[in-house]
Design a protein around this ligand. Structure first.
Ligand code: C5P
Length: 237
């Protein structure tokens, strides 16, 4: 596997071409951003932790039959993934109210959602990733109805798998964001699944073990992410 030119650089990752046209390398950076990148920092070790945690979750999903872009972890900071066409819609699944839904709708924090809520956001930094509904997705021609149904179905399956797995490790999966891509006309889970993109609460103490530590200065970010990694690595499926 040969690493070639940089194809894209985002806030948290860099994508490189490889000598295999259908595969790219995702490099996880140490950059942390929150609130539309108004709050920024470099946190040493974050990239490696997110790469390891994401690789673990993608592997788990692949084993459970969920199609993802993940091929394998290459090194501390790099994973090999299938090249996909990213759909510019972020899909958020919520089991418990926290974050933007509390601010936007006034729903009390910790309200349980049963069944879980599935929301769509437009992936657009300039517009601050606004919440959208299915009809907006069709009006803007971002995805077809059957693709949206598939994204919803997969998002809820991913929720079942990750929620159950984390519960066994003493961690509550509060909510998370997924991105999807098209690979050979099929919808697959892409991007990353890490404490940057999920809310994890310690089931015993309620402690946040995710990016809210950085967003709201709740404690050392690395310490929280390491706790997640330790729990999943010794965790039983
Ligand atoms: O901010 P909000 O409460 O809507 O976030 C819901 C979930 O989606 C959180 O776990 C958050 O980390 C994740 N998220 C994300 N990227 C975004 C927006 C939200 O990973 N652009």
């Amino acid at each position: 596997m040969e690493k070639r030119e940089k194809l894209y650089e985002g806030k948290a990752k860099i994508i490189y071409a490889t000598d295999e046209p259908d595969k790219v390398i995702a490099h996880f950076k140490d950059a942390a951003t929150a609130f539309d990148a108004v709050k920024k920092a470099t946190i040493k070790g974050k990239g490696a932790l997110n790469n390891t945690i994401s690789s673990f979750f993608f592997q788990l999903l692949n084993e459970k039959g969920i199609p993802t872009h993940f091929v394998k972890k290459l090194s501390d900071r790099e994973m090999l993934v299938y090249k996909v066409e990213i759909i510019p819609v972020e899909v958020v699944v919520r089991n418990i109210a926290a974050g933007s839904i509390v601010r936007r709708l006034g729903i009390p924090e910790k309200t349980k959602f049963s069944p879980p809520l599935v929301e769509f956001y437009l992936k657009n930094d300039e517009l601050h990733d606004p919440i959208i509904c299915e009809e907006h997705i069709y009006a803007m021609n971002l995805a077809k109805p059957e693709e949206v149904s598939k994204m919803k179905e997969l998002a809820l399956k991913v929720n079942d798998i990750l929620k159950d797995f984390m519960e066994k490790q003493g961690v509550i999966l509060v909510d998370f964001k997924l991105e999807f891509g098209r690979k050979d006309g099929k919808i697959v889970v892409a991007d990353e699944i890490s404490p940057d993109t999920c809310r994890f609460w310690d089931a015993k103490t309620g402690e946040s073990l995710d990016k809210d530590r950085f967003r709201f200065d709740l404690g050392d970010l690395i310490e929280g992410y390491k706790k997640i990694l330790e729990k999943i690595e010794k965790g039983e499926n």
